[in-house]
Design a binder for this molecule. Structure first.
Ligand code: SF4
Ligand code: SF4
Ligand code: SF4
Length: 429
């Protein structure tokens, strides 16, 4: 039995913008504070900015953006980075100097791309060592307070709060139009604007205890907490409405002609659903054995929202999306390690979908579920993404046999009841 509070606390702490590959060890000395740097990951916030020309030249063509591709951090997060000295690159912690001007392009390979600049991991000449290679002014004052931190991140926090409110209102109202508005917002805002998705790299962070700096990642912790709390309370709400890739495939499903769709038989569906759990275990073991982070891109297509990928990655993505035309939500149902992770977490779901006793024999909801989560009367919360389809049926007095039988029973009762003839009192003579 999963202990919910302990697990939730663990996950909130672990799921965050810091990725093992990106996070730099904290400097021994207390960091000085520099000006807020928009568009940074928490890990990047601990890193100094590289001069634009140097940073750009060290980025190999086609290199994916690490943090955003992994869905690790808000691309436009406004934050106050701490100053740190450049660290040598290592297998598990590649430095990622950021292009100046708030652009979030990665400045080094950090992904295992071939790169012949290997002197200091930052692309600077060795003779700069020992100097203040970052040209920080020595007289920068330590002006960081919670007030400034909150102010710097207020836009991100505000936008995510608004988006989360939209998610919850649509969910509780069981509104179809609101659900599609939420999905469109998830693609546009969480996907293409922020590239903010839960990634398997976050699971790596959880396993290795590589935590982001809380004060620089408030919006991200809000996002992570929202994901974990809603999953524990209601199940995979994140998959049903927040994840940009899942939202994209759900929207695709609405526009793709139904005649193209191939229905996966239930026996195959239930077996194929295990693939994602196998993939989750495989990528975790692979990471633990090799500390090779870039490999995650081959099991997750989330990098697409950064629009940076190699030719091979784009071809693989195209194949996946074409296959999704025929098999709805293919990646989410069978392949996504994050979906598997959240599925395990959703075993602890507190507020489950209700069932009538008529559900024992009725197959209406089972046929309506596009995620293969209903098997007879049972709803498999690990597969359910709280899309509401069955809950709308549950409440539909015209379609759900529960209400129809209830109505019929009431009608019979009314017919069987003896009619009462009003008796007029007889006037006494
Ligand atoms: S299964 Fe994966 S891709 Fe699909 S919605 Fe969930 S996290 Fe996103
Ligand atoms: S339509 Fe009603 S009775 Fe049938 S499975 Fe759905 S909730 Fe149960
Ligand atoms: S139809 Fe019901 S069981 Fe299936 S995914 Fe949607 S909410 Fe979950």
């Amino acid at each position: 039995m999963i202990r919910i509070p302990a697990l939730a606390a663990l996950l909130i702490a672990g799921i965050g913008p810091a990725a093992p590959y990106a996070a730099q060890p904290e400097p021994a000395a207390a960091p000085e504070v520099v000006q807020p740097r928009p568009g940074t990951t928490p890990a990047e916030q601990r890193e100094p900015e590289a001069p634009p020309a140097q940073a750009e030249s060290s980025r190999p063509p086609g290199a994916a953006q690490p943090a955003s591709a992994a869905g690790l951090a808000p691309r436009a997060a406004t934050s106050t980075p701490a100053r740190s000295e450049p660290e040598p690159a290592s297998a598990a912690a590649q430095p990622q100097p950021e292009a100046a001007g708030g652009d979030d392009q990665p400045a080094d390979d950090g992904w295992g791309f071939e790169d012949d600049e290997e002197e200091d991991g930052w692309g600077f000449e060795d003779d700069e060592e020992g100097d203040d290679a970052w040209s920080f002014a020595d007289d920068e004052a330590d002006t960081e307070t919670w007030g400034t931190l909150l102010r710097d991140q207020a836009v991100d926090i505000g936008f995510f709060t608004g988006f989360a409110a939209l998610v919850l209102v649509g969910f509780f109202r069981k509104s179809v139009p609101l659900k599609y508005v939420t999905l469109a917002a998830a693609v546009a805002y969480m996907g293409f604007t922020k590239s903010q998705l839960i990634s398997v790299v976050n699971v790596y962070g959880l396993v290795t205890g590589n935590m982001p700096v809380f004060r620089y990642s408030l919006a991200w912790y809000l996002f992570a907490a929202f994901t974990v709390v809603t999953t524990v309370l209601w199940g995979r709400l994140y998959c049903g409405r927040v994840c940009a890739f899942g939202a994209l495939t759900q929207l695709m499903d609405r526009v793709v002609p139904a005649r193209l769709r191939v229905e996966v038989p239930p026996w195959l569906e239930h077996r194929a659903a295990w693939i994602k759990y196998g993939l989750l275990v495989a990528v975790l073991l692979y990471f633990l054995a090799t500390a090779d982070i870039p490999a995650y891109r081959w099991v997750e297509p989330f990098w697409m929202f950064t629009r940076r990928g190699t030719t091979a990655m784009w071809i693989a993505l195209a194949v996946l999306l074409v296959a999704t035309v025929f098999v709805r939500n293919l990646y989410c149902r069978f392949l996504c390690p994050v979906g598997a992770f959240l599925g395990i977490l959703s075993k602890a779901t507190v507020f489950r979908i209700k069932r009538w006793k008529e559900c024992d024999t009725c197959k209406i909801c089972e046929k309506a579920c596009e995620w293969g989560a209903i098997q007879g009367p049972r709803i498999d919360m690990t597969e359910c993404v709280r899309c509401d389809d069955c809950e709308r049926l549950y409440a539909d007095v015209k379609k759900c046999p529960h209400w129809l039988l209830l109505l019929r029973a009431k009608r019979r009762q009314r017919q069987a009841a003896p009619s009462v003839i009003p008796v007029r009192p007889v006037a006494s003579t």
